[in-house]
Design a protein around this ligand. Sequence first.
Ligand code: SF4
Ligand code: SF4
Length: 343
Amino acid sequence: MRYTTFGKTGYKVSSLGFGAMNLPSVPLEQARETLNYALDQGINYIDTAAGYRNSEEIIGECISHRRADYFLATKTAKRDYKSAMEEMQRSMERMKTDVIDLLQIHYVNRPQEFKDAMAEDGAYQAALELKRKGHIRFIGITGHRPDLLVKWIQKEQFDQVLFHLSLAQPFALDELIPELTRLDMGKTAMKPLSGGFIQPVDKALRYPFSQNVHVTISGMVSVDEVKENIAAMRTAVGDEERAELEQLASELGEHNCRRCNYCQCPVGIAIPDIMISSQVRKTFGLLPKGDGFYQKNKEKILSCADHEPCKEKPLCEPLCPYDLPMREVVMAASDYYKVGDRL
Ligand code: SF4
Ligand code: SF4
């Protein structure tokens, strides 16, 4: 495990962070064993959010007795002062702690959301108030638009940013990571497997590990997953391997989708999942989770070609800030069902 100083926080964070989002899906005893094993192995960064079902409660129940062993990061997606204050206080109660090391304003993807959160009666002021009182140590922001995040950090109101960085989404490297480095801010990468689509797992984890970030959050729910994730970061990435990973990322990232979720499909097609997985599927095939996604969404995906209102002009495409050809990619994704016994 590598440890680096997390920007101006001064905290030495492990290169692998524990993503606690999926813990509510497993039995409590399994979550307890997994979290404690991860801490025993030297993982010292725990990432959760008020919105991840009862993930915060599980953390409080399973590891609050060893609070000094981890840097605790959570998030609020509330935008106004009052609701954010209530939610942050609830987070502390649920996690059985008086101090949140890092409170992130969660999932800020649009200029209006940023404006609301930063207003005088916004969530940021609530976080500042708790910081003044010693209940929050640092404030960060999370989002899916690296180009907007670069602008939003210029006033140096934040200590850290949580952003996508994976073989299928290398876009934070263009401007965001260099700017965070210049400002000496905490750099937290998330979704190395891009929601379970990218494989192989070791390559997927070694890519953000090979880049200039402090910690990569990986969602883990079992001791075996912790072992697999730690093994992927056991040895340093050399120049040759880094160049290979970067080449792969430029190929897998050709879809250009940032997962901003601006696009809305009237038949409920999960467009960003298809944009991102299509490229991976062509190169490596899919992990069981990715296959499950395609099986579950078969009818919707196949319906795109016949959706009458989109035939002349796709309804989703004008919503994309990057002008991506979503209809074409969704229709091409239906090839998945033409392979062998999937017909
Ligand atoms: S073109 Fe397809 S993916 Fe886009 S909105 Fe229409 S049905 Fe949905
Ligand atoms: S397709 Fe465009 S609008 Fe939709 S998530 Fe990707 S980047 Fe955003």
